[in-house]
Design a protein around this ligand. Structure first.
Ligand code: PLP
Length: 421
């Protein structure tokens, strides 16, 4: 059975993990900092903060941005649950914007249509690896005072062009923070893992704070009004004096915010470092497979292949070779085909081909339906897209033989009676 996604682990990945296991640090050690530095360098960002998983990265980003009860956070209807749930984690309300029917991403138009006065953050999701139109989205969000957290769980390594220059996901100036996931089906993996990237020193500091219990060590903190005298600092915060804490020294730690244990281990980061070295090769291989699929399915009349970014409006031109494809999603008109999706999935499985559905529109989940009285037509494009989507296997370790099996199986199962195999 060929799965829809799978990690690619090679000998040097294994050796890197074994080396950490033989060393002194399993967590909070040098591999974490090395991974963060390598990640920041790869993306061209000033800071990378590695955390336990991509969901934790989104939660930490919400906390760092100061999102709280009474705030509303707009994300894509076409995403994994975590892009919305992170708003609920901090007591805010997750709300949903529709997608563009070609890119499957939110746009300024869909965000604007969903906008309410209490929106304090937007979380655009770079679906399947294709970056959102971040310059335009940032223009809208910033003019309305909302923070921008780009959920780039699918898009590590993707780039886009704006005004004749290329920008990388993770470092361009149109997101305050960008999050990644290193779950095994994502482009590179640490087993479980995630990261927040930012160019902003204060946000980076706050991410580190919330990653580890809201705790700072040493005599002063970078996250609060500072004076040389901690008593004056306490006074500035309106705290009554506490003489037992007058004694300061190397052991000292202090907590100003409720944080979490969202740390990642050195074991995971060693794997991440080894994987990061292969990222460009992985992206290249994924792009080749996408091109092969697109060519193989172009003539199927019920099938719509992933949107080719060259068709973007000229104000936002992308080059397809610079999309780090995470998913390959076909849109299939199951109604005209005369076979329900479940049957197509079963027939493909019988031929050894695993598939997946990305995603059930999040606003249709019972939790959100109950709270927001979301109806079937809140995000019609995401709903229409969902009715037709099917993700085919896509990962670098796929062999030429496996790709051939997938292509032949799809052509056999999803063909109109007149079409040839
Ligand atoms: C995978 C994913 C996440 C969550 O990442 P985890 O590492 O699984 O916690 C969040 N958003 C999107 C779009 C994802 O695909």
């Amino acid at each position: 059975m060929i799965p829809y996604g799978k990690q690619t682990i090679e000998e040097d990945d294994i050796a890197a993990v074994v080396e950490v296991l033989k060393g002194d640090w399993l967590t909070c050690g040098p591999a974490v900092e090395r991974f963060e530095q390598a990640l920041a360098n790869y993306c061209g960002a000033k800071h990378a903060i590695a955390v336990a998983n991509g969901t934790a990265a989104l939660h930490v980003a919400m906390l760092a941005a100061g999102i709280k009860a009474g705030d509303r956070v707009l994300t894509s209807a076409n995403t994994f649950l975590a892009s919305a749930n992170c708003a609920e984690f901090v007591g805010a309300t997750a709300d949903f914007a529709d997608i563009d029917p070609r890119t499957y991403n939110v746009t300024t138009e869909t965000l604007e249509a969903a906008w309410k006065p209490d929106v304090k953050a937007v979380i655009p999701v770079d679906f399947a690896g294709q970056p959102c139109d971040m310059p335009a989205i940032a223009g809208l969000a910033r003019s309305r005072g909302a923070a921008i957290i780009e959920d780039a769980s699918h898009a590590i390594g993707s780039q886009f062009q704006h005004d004749g220059r290329w920008y990388k996901v993770g470092s361009h100036p149109w997101a305050d923070m960008t999050t990644f996931s290193f779950h095994p089906v994502k482009t590179i993996t640490t087993g479980e893992g995630g990261a927040i990237l930012t160019n902003d020193d204060r946000l980076a500091e706050r991410c580190r704070l919330f990653r580890s219990h809201g705790m700072v060590r040493g005599e002063t903190t970078d996250c609060r009004p500072q004076t040389a005298d901690h008593k004056l600092q306490d006074e500035a915060l309106g705290l009554s004096s506490c003489s037992l804490l007058d004694e300061r020294g190397p052991w000292f730690y202090e907590m100003h915010e409720v944080g979490f244990n969202y740390r990642i281990t050195d074991i995971q980061c060693a794997l991440g470092l080894a994987q990061l070295n292969k990222l460009d090769r992985f992206i290249q291989r994924r792009a080749e497979i996408v091109a092969q699929y697109n060519a193989a399915f172009a003539d199927l009349s019920f099938v719509f292949c992933p949107h080719l970014p060259a068709l973007h409006p000229s104000s936002f031109t992308l080059h397809s070779s610079l999309i780090a494809w995470h998913l390959y999603v076909l849109q299939i008109d199951f109604a005209i085909l005369g076979k329900p999706r479940a049957q197509v999935i079963t027939e493909l499985r019988e031929l050894g081909v695993g598939t997946q559905v990305h995603y059930i529109p999040v606003h249709l989940q019972p939790y959100y339906r109950e709270r927001q009285a979301c109806t079937d037509s809140k995000c019609p494009n995401a709903e229409k897209y969902y009715a037709k989507c099917l993700s085919l296997p896509l990962y670098p370790a796929m062999t030429a033989g496996e790709i051939q099996i997938i292509i032949e199986s799809v052509r056999a199962v999803v063909k109109c009676p007149k079409e040839k195999m």
